[in-house]
Design a protein around this ligand. Structure first.
Ligand code: FAD
Length: 300
């Protein structure tokens, strides 16, 4: 990177001159009482950062349907923060999916992250839609729109989705989802900002104007996140791996490197003009609190 001697970086501007950032936080529904305690502890620590919304994922094949609904309802009632429920159409008929959407509607949930989902065997396996089901996320978005006035987010992929044969197919699909009525896209995790910036450039060239919000995955555990990245078709650059190499038994240095790597990523994105960021928290708060502070956002 060359240093611009004329202009201050956006991330370093004084509070009044800095672009206003919108942050959102993704959680997963906890399975056990101990996990539920950590979920609420993290949520209560992150809530004073005033996220635009908090989202709760939907387990593979709808396995967390009840828990996702319970968590989003409770987030809304306990913290007042807008909560978004993720929803997939894998392994379910349209009728079943529509019933879940109506359930959200009745519970006062106005935001949905609409996804196709993956077969239980994982992203690498061919997706076979339910015979009476939505075929893909674009159809799901249209189905949700037909039911009510939801704020809908969809997925985008800086590394290209494994099942898109070309970048043109990838961008066409993203456009179909937004044209069907989605309000924004949130990206899969990525670690090289150039992949995200290229995706945005391709989308803008195709006439997509909706926000494409970068999904930020802090590396709490390199081994775990490298595994997630591989399973989700996200590339892990060699230079990131090198930074964490040999830190398996040195949690303190690992945590410091994780904060530094993620801080470098988000500050660079803000300098590139990004104003909305979505954090995959994995139900933890420490790194996200530190990153928010680096971005000029403090808890009340
Ligand atoms: P789609 O947009 O439908 O696309 C899937 C693939 O099919 C693409 O390659 C696309 O090009 C292709 N395709 C779509 N339509 C057509 C067509 N008509 N003809 C030819 N090809 C087509 N998964 C969960 O199970 N639960 C979650 O809570 C969850 N949350 C997520 C949150 C984010 C921010 C992201 C980025 C992903 C999330 N996922 C989640 C993962 C997601 O379900 C998978 O990545 C899945 O493989 C694709 O979902 P999609 O909505 O992008 O699918």
């Amino acid at each position: 990177m060359t240093i611009d001697l004329e202009h201050e970086r956006a991330s370093r501007l004084a509070p009044g001159n800095r672009p206003e950032l919108q942050l959102s936080f993704e959680f997963f529904p906890p399975k056990t009482d101990a996990m539920e305690e950590r979920f609420w502890d993290s949520l209560h620590r992150l809530a004073p950062l005033h996220p635009s919304f908090v989202s709760v994922t939907y387990g593979a094949g709808g396995s967390t349907r009840e828990r996702t609904l319970r968590m989003v309802r409770q987030i809304k009632s306990e913290t007042g923060i807008d909560a978004a429920a993720h929803l997939t159409c894998v392994g379910a008929s349209r009728e079943e999916v529509d019933a879940v959407v109506r359930g959200y509607q009745q519970a006062g949930i106005k935001r949905i992250v609409a996804l196709r989902g993956d077969p239980p065997e994982g992203i690498g396996q061919p997706f076979v839609p339910h015979p009476q089901g939505y075929q893909n996320a674009a159809e799901l978005v249209a189905g949700i729109r037909a039911i009510g006035d939801f704020d809908i987010s969809v997925a985008a992929y800086p590394d290209k989705h494994a099942q898109s044969p070309t970048w043109d197919a990838e961008i066409d699909n993203l456009k179909r989802k937004l044209d069907a009525g989605a309000n924004r896209a949130i990206t899969q995790m990525f670690f090289d900002n150039r992949d995200y910036l290229r995706l945005v450039e391709r989308a803008r060239k195709a006439g997509i104007t909706a926000p494409i919000v970068p999904g930020i995955q802090p590396i709490h555990s390199f081994t775990q996140i490298a595994g997630f990245a591989a399973r989700n078709g996200a590339s892990m650059p060699a230079w990131v791996a090198e930074r964490f190499a040999g830190l398996e038994n040195d949690p303190e240095t690992h945590a410091l490197v994780a904060a530094a790597v993620a801080a470098e990523q988000v500050l660079e994105l803000v300098d590139e003009g990004v104003t909305q960021l979505h954090f995959f928290t994995l139900n933890r708060s420490n790194l996200v609190l530190a990153l928010a502070r680096m971005l000029g956002r403090r808890p009340d």
